[in-house]
Design a protein around this ligand. Structure first.
Ligand SMILES: Nc1nc2c(c(=O)[nH]1)N[C@H]1C(S)=C(S)[C@@H](COP(=O)(O)O)O[C@H]1N2
Ligand SMILES: [Mo]
Length: 533
């Protein structure tokens, strides 16, 4: 070792700064790759960006139990958590690749390309992929990232001494590195921001089509909600759930933005003697019906929040199917399963018999007096009273195929959920909240109960191990909607457990038997523990 090499100024080769600068190079390369991918995706398709694509692929492959856990713990934030997780993984690997590239320059760059390949495969493999073009964002991003890493670590390496010349004293190209790194950081930030704004404006036509849409007055309006359906009690869920508060459950990392003027619905399959492809205006020309229907998610736990009630406007699905020649199995039709397909590749299967048995199965266009919000399926979604959302409520629908349960398993059924899932009778205590400390004396206990398409006949409350006592039911809107209830509890001082159970209009009492959400919906009684002071 010569004196010269130990000199601090020649020092990048051995100094502890070198791995740090390598890590920084890796991080910059990763940042540039993501930014360029974002920019290209903004121009191609926001859904084809690597983070969204890998996230979507992960959602498709997540075991049902894990997904259920994610929905439970993160609720509607589950998608945000997933994307942050992907970014965290990249934030770990990118600097590591940078450090590796200090020694193995080509291998480091190739590592960046490998990540790009993962993104490309994920993007082209999604059910909503529009073709190999979806690989473009990942490929372009990775190429830029790999080249950048190669250039940056090149600046960190000591220059090869010319044959015969004395070893250089600079050791590494400090100036070159700082310039390249700064330029890369600034350019990446610019590309990322531009990409974001491109993605934001990619749904412009869809937004305009929604803004310009005026839903005609329904030919068959909903009956006015009976006066007594909404109790005047603080803490109870409002009878109509405002759109902004309505729960959202779906697999879409990017909410599909569909232009209503371009939207088409194809109806075809077994027993469809007159297949059709309809445009949005074709639906507007039909008689619109307006109905109050409570929607429930199969992932809702006992006492959980994934249930909401809205006033929907749409066309009668059964009429439309009948015009296409569809007959339910009870009338000799060959198809017992209706598979709805969405623009994002979701498939949802409902029994044809249920859809055509006279209940208000809808192709819904409106929700609580406005066109469907994008999150809830604009421009058209299905709503079928009495069935959990995953077997009935396809959002962003684009196709209806008549088939059989034997020959086709839709998305959730492939993931171990039940083929058929009618809604289980459930009741929930909204107030008092768990562990509340109301004053002793009269305490108003209240909540909601639902058993769509059968209706709620009775709600009972039990205090500790006491007898079941009948709650006061709010007026019934329809058997497709939930029903509020209340109970004036004379609370003695101390800790108490309040339990609720409902009875449906078939006379069946809500079961005490606890069941998990998977495969066909949670059951059991909802209890809250409170202390009267
Ligand atoms: N395209 C699409 N439609 C979908 C889903 C989905 O993931 N993708 N999820 C279903 C499920 S599980 C439920 S419970 C309802 C929820 O509808 P909401 O988000 O409007 O409340 O939508 C259904 N329709
Ligand atoms: Mo659901």
């Amino acid at each position: 070792m010569t004196e010269n090499e130990q000199e601090p100024r020649s020092g990048c080769r051995r100094s502890p700064a070198r791995p740090l600068l390598g890590a920084l190079s890796g991080a910059l390369a990763g940042f540039a790759a993501l930014a360029v991918a974002e920019l290209v995706a903004g121009g191609v398709r926001p859904q084809a960006g690597p983070v969204v694509a890998v996230g979507g692929a992960a959602i498709d492959r997540t075991p049902a139990a894990v997904k259920d856990w994610a929905i439970r713990n993160f609720g509607s934030d589950d998608k945000l958590v997933l994307q942050l997780g992907i970014l965290a993984v990249l934030a770990l690997f990118a600097p590591a690749l940078g450090i590796a590239a200090l020694r193995f320059r080509r291998t480091g760059a190739a590592g960046v390309l490998l990540f790009g390949a993962v993104g490309a495969v994920a993007a082209t493999g999604r059910p909503d992929s529009t073709g190999v073009g979806d690989a473009l964002p990942s490929v372009a991003g990775a190429a830029v990232g790999a080249v950048l890493l190669y250039i940056l670590v090149g600046r960190l390496a000591p220059p090869e001494p010319a044959p015969g010349a004395p070893a250089s004293d600079g050791g590494w190209d400090r100036r070159g590195f700082v310039i390249a790194a700064s330029a890369a950081a600034v350019a990446s930030a610019g590309a990322g921001l531009l990409g974001r704004s491109l993605s934001g404006s990619s749904g412009r036509d869809a937004v305009a089509s929604r803004r310009n849409l005026v839903l005609p007055a329904p030919g068959s309006p909903a009956r006015a909600v009976p006066k007594g359906a909404q109790l005047r009690l603080p803490g109870v869920s409002p009878f109509v759930t405002p759109n902004g508060d309505f729960y959202r459950v779906d697999t879409a990392l990017v909410v599909p933005k569909v232009d209503a003027t371009q939207w088409r619905l194809r109806i075809h399959g077994e027993g469809v003697t007159r297949p059709v492809t309809l445009a949005f205006d074709d639906l507007l020309r039909r008689e619109l019906i307006e109905r109050d229907i409570t929607l429930t998610c199969v992932s809702n736990e006992v006492g959980g929040p994934y249930v909401g009630n809205a006033r929907w406007i749409g066309v009668r699905l059964a009429d439309l199917l009948a015009e296409c020649g569809v007959k339910p199995p009870s009338k000799g039709g060959p198809a017992d399963q209706l598979v709805a397909r969405s623009v994002d590749g979701m498939t949802i299967g409902s029994p044809v018999e249920d859809v055509m048995d006279g209940r208000d199965a809808l192709l819904a266009l409106g929700m609580n007096g406005e066109p469907l919000p994008f999150e809830h399926g604009f421009p058209v979604r299905m709503v079928v009273p009495g069935l959990y959302g995953y077997v009935s409520a396809c959002k962003w629908i684009k196709e209806i195929e008549l088939t059989t349960f034997d020959s086709y398993d839709p998305y959730w059924v492939k993931r171990d959920w039940a083929r058929k899932a009618p809604i289980k009778t459930q009741s929930r205590i909204d107030t008092p909240k768990p562990f509340a400390r109301p004053g002793a004396g009269t305490v108003m206990v209240a909540g909601v109960a639902w058993a769509q398409h059968r209706g709620i006949d009775k709600v009972e409350i039990r205090v500790d191990d006491g007898p079941w006592e009948e709650a006061r039911l709010a007026a019934e809107d329809s058997r497709d909607t939930w029903r509020q209830w209340s109970f004036a509890w004379r609370a003695a001082k101390g800790g108490h457990t309040l339990t609720v159970r409902a009875t449906d209009r078939d006379g069946r009492v809500q079961t005490e038997k606890r069941a998990r959400t998977i495969p066909d919906g949670a059951s059991g009684w909802h209890s809250v523990v409170v202390t009267a002071e």
